[in-house]
Design a protein around this ligand. Structure first.
Ligand SMILES: CC(C)[C@H](C(=O)O)[C@@H](O)C(=O)O
Ligand code: SF4
Length: 403
């Protein structure tokens, strides 16, 4: 009787295993460092370039000459070494990978902490540092300590204005920022089946905010439907009754709109308690909440109205942007007075396009609200898309209505 991580890694929790890696990716930031580490290690050719990917997303388009030069060098490196490149504007690495590049049962590593997002597809997906990534690129394999698992047992259905992001904030608050260090979170229970792939990606995305190695869903009909869009298939797997370190029971019907307050992700309050809080900016996007389903929900709320505060919407990938254009969702967002920036991380980590000034307050749909993250002296509140949309219209934090 094993957890899904144990089944994929092929050994019981606590054991160290060497595993071939199915896909290993880095972005424009960590890619530069990975390239540098490979140079220092004297590695010239890579054994499996077909399993590697570079995805430009963190600072796109480049914001300075230095960034542009580094990106140009990395672009050239990808070309000569045969590594597939998703260039600026293609989207955020985790979103790009979720669009047909990851299948259940795969071992996926990314040089970015939110690689756990891809556990939504039933893969064992985790983040590593750039030096580890260089070793993986050089050898095609790495070691893992098979994690112990916490079951997040979901019952019922989300209702009212609550969405998967509120559930994510609820479990992060419950476990705390170190509550699952080096463990895996397995999302199980009847309630898991009712969560869309977009919602699952949001839930797994935030696993690392509890210190977890990964978050993971069992492949089921929702997974099969998602993969089917890319011509891929998946066999369903069901949880075995086993060996969890602990079980966190959550009733989805109890989840209400929540907001994480500065400067900790696990300091969460009901949106209602914060209603009226001053805002200078609303930011909708990121690997947490920049998918089509998110943009569509946002558009449904702001359609035919005008935002009352600076609002920035950043699609998570080019396909997300293209679909939002095709369906009219983007026009609704633009007509409501929002700015739209090219697919990528946007201002999530304070590098460009939407950085906060001293004392400015942002309500963001991202996953981290650490001090100074979006700009020195800025304050970040984290919420769902619906709460962000209601707040953008109100100009202050507001509770979303059921739509
Ligand atoms: C820049 C990068 C290494 C970082 C991460 O790994 O998470 C970033 O994506 C973030 O969200 O803080
Ligand atoms: S969107 Fe934000 S959290 Fe996600 S990878 Fe980019 S910087 Fe990191």
């Amino acid at each position: 009787m094993s957890t899904l991580s144990e089944r994929i890694l092929g050994a019981p929790a606590g054991r160290y295993v060497d595993r071939e890696v199915d896909v290993a990716f880095a972005h424009d930031g960590t890619g530069v460092l990975t390239r540098e580490a490979l140079r220092e290690m004297g590695v010239e050719s890579l054994p499996h370039p077909d399993r590697l990917r570079l995805i430009f997303d963190h600072i796109v388009p480049a914001n300075t000459g230095t960034t542009a030069t580094l990106q140009a060098e990395l672009r050239e490196y990808a070309r000569v070494s045969g590594i597939a490149l998703s260039d600026a504007g293609g989207g955020i690495c985790h979103q790009v990978m979720s669009e047909g590049l990851v299948r259940p049962g795969m071992v996926v590593v990314g040089a970015d902490s939110h690689t756990c997002t891809l556990g939504a597809l039933g893969a064992f997906a985790t983040g590593v540092g750039a030096t580890d990534m260089a070793a993986i690129w050089a050898s095609g394999a790495t070691w893992f300590r098979v994690p112990e698992t916490i079951a997040v047992n979901l019952a019922g259905r989300l209702d009212g204005a609550a969405e998967a992001k509120d559930l994510a904030l609820a479990y992060v608050a419950e476990l705390g920022m170190e509550g699952a260090t080096y463990q895996a979170l397995e999302f199980v229970g009847d309630g898991a089946a009712g969560i869309s792939m977009s919602g699952r990606l949001t839930l797994c995305n935030m696993a690392v905010e509890t210190g977890a190695k990964t978050g993971i869903f069992y492949p089921d009909e929702v997974t099969a439907r998602h993969l089917g869009e890319y011509g891929l298939t998946a066999s369903p797997l069901t949880p075995e009754d086993c060996c969890y370190e602990r079980t966190l029971d959550l009733d989805l019907a109890d989840v209400v709109p929540l907001v994480a307050v500065p400067h900790r992700v696990d300091t969460v309050r009901e949106a209602e308690a914060l209603a009226g809080t001053h805002l200078d900016q609303v930011f909708v996007g990121t690997c947490t909440n920049g998918r089509y389903e998110d943009l569509e929900r946002f558009a449904r709320i702001v359609r035919g109205k005008k935002v009352a505060v600076r609002t920035l919407v950043v699609p998570a990938s080019r396909p997300v942007l293209a679909r939002a254009i095709a369906t009219g969702v983007l026009a609704d967002i633009v007509e409501a007075g929002c700015m739209v920036a090219p697919p990528g991380c946007g201002p999530c980590l304070g590098a460009h396009a939407g950085v906060l000034g001293e004392g400015e307050v942002c309500l963001s749909t991202a996953n981290r609200n650490f001090k100074n993250r979006m700009g020195v002296g800025g304050e970040i509140y984290l919420s769902s898309v619906a709460t962000a949309a209601a707040s953008a219209l109100a100009g202050v934090i507001a509770v979303p209505e059921v739509v």
